[in-house]
Ligand binder design. Structure first.
Ligand code: PLP
Length: 390
């Protein structure tokens, strides 16, 4: 059975060019980039090239890029660096819809005595900017706002927020893990102080990420050890993965420059429009005009998302639901709850996230298979029957 992979916000396939670039660094070129000999030095030169490619993708200079193990590490590093650099400040700000990589760290810090502000969103998943600005104070160490939401794809106005924060002595961090490679990003124009990215979301392997740290930003390392990454992250470099990340960044830049995302957006829109037309009581979660071009979160009312996923799985279709299985019960995600999506819709929410490897045939296949799945599940749903008065 063919796999129809539409779960690219969860992870992406490694691009063949990326794999090809990485392979020699597992076998032939295994030198340590810190070594004095040229066998190691040659690897260091490739890491330098990778750093340049990542910097170019986001409009940074290479020295501002620190390689990490993943998006989560980048997020943790940024936030811990800010609070360590401002030991007298006890207030931190984020949003209600962050990824657990941020959300759980903030909750953890709240237990340690930090005052945490979680900025709410409206029913379209858009941020309450007034609330954010009203809560900025001299006690605020860091504001961390995601660039784009992983579930709905809704994009936050990072440049605008940065403008407001700039004049204050507050670190502005953005988790751009979902935005990188999908929309153009320029840290210089935007003015963020720190930005997290993760390789496996844009066709590099898992286990590699990076943190952009604007020159001049106060910083304290999270991983203390050797002098690697100019003392900003100790530990011998994951050389093959770094080289893969550099290649993926180069490919992503080319793809964006050639407007490759227009095609993906076209496929996403076709999928969405057809499902909305062919399945009644179906709603798109989030602001449809201001989203990542590859993402759609669709609520099929009165059915269970997990049941939809299982039935789609029978056809090889991979997507995600808007629920998380906690303590044996299915809870709608904190993102959909923060948006006030009714339970009957949140439970039946499915996220489709496309990549450049998806085809029109795949979209047609999903559009053909999914409506009867929803119809069959609704025929079994007491909630549906009650809502329809049947
Ligand atoms: N931030 C966002 C918005 C994400 O979507 C993810 C992963 O899904 C992460 C952070 C964590 O990245 P990683 O899996 O590389 O740790």
């Amino acid at each position: 059975m063919n796999v129809i992979y539409m779960d690219n916000n969860a992870t992406t396939r490694v691009a063949p060019e990326v794999l090809e670039a990485m392979l020699p660094y597992f076998s032939e070129y295994y030198g340590n980039p810190s070594s004095m000999h040229s066998f190691g030095g040659d690897v260091a030169a490739k890491i330098k090239e990778a750093r340049e490619n990542v910097a170019t993708l986001i409009g940074a200079v290479p020295d501002e890029i620190v390689f990490t193990s993943c998006g989560t590490e980048s997020d943790s590093t940024a936030i811990r660096a800010a609070i360590e650099s401002y030991p007298d400040k006890r207030h931190i700000i984020t949003t209600r819809v962050e990824h657990p990589a941020i959300k759980n760290l903030y909750e953890n810090l709240s237990k340690k005595g930090y005052r945490v502000t979680f900025v709410p969103v409206d029913s379209y998943g858009c941020l309450d900017l007034d609330y954010l600005y009203q809560n900025l104070s001299d006690d605020t160490a860091i504001v961390s706002i995601m660039w784009a939401n992983n579930e709905t794809g809704v994009i936050f106005p990072i440049a605008e927020i940065s403008q407001e924060i700039k004049s204050r002595d507050i670190v502005f961090h953005t988790d751009a893990v979902q935005a990188i490679g999908k929309i153009p990003i320029d840290v210089d124009k935007t003015g963020v102080d720190m930005l997290s990215l993760s390789g496996h979301k844009f066709h590099a392997p898992k286990g590699i990420g990076a943190l952009y740290i604007r020159k001049g930003t106060k910083f304290a390392p999270f991983m203390v050890g050797g002098h690697q990454e100019r003392g900003r992250r100790g530990g011998t470099e994951n050389t093959a993965a770094i080289i893969g990340l550099g290649k993926a960044a180069q490919l992503a830049k080319k793809h964006l420059d050639e407007n490759g995302y227009e095609r993906i957006k076209g496929l996403r829109d076709k999928l969405e429009i057809n499902l909305l037309e062919n399945v009644q009581n179906t709603i798109v979660n989030g602001d449809r005009d201001n989203r990542l071009p590859n993402t759609t979160s669709i609520a099929f009312e009165y059915v269970e998302g997990e049941a939809i996923l299982l039935m789609m799985n029978e056809h090889g279709i991979c997507a995600s639901s808007g629920s998380a299985c906690t303590s044996g019960s299915l809870e709608p995600s904190h993102v959909l709850r923060a948006m006030g999506v009714p339970f009957t819709a949140a439970h039946g929410s499915i996220r489709f996230s496309l990549s450049r490897y998806n085809t029109e045939e795949e979209v047609d296949f999903v559009v053909e298979k999914l409506p009867p799945i929803i119809e069959n599940l609704r025929a079994l749903s007491p909630f549906w029957k009650k809502a329809m008065g049947t």
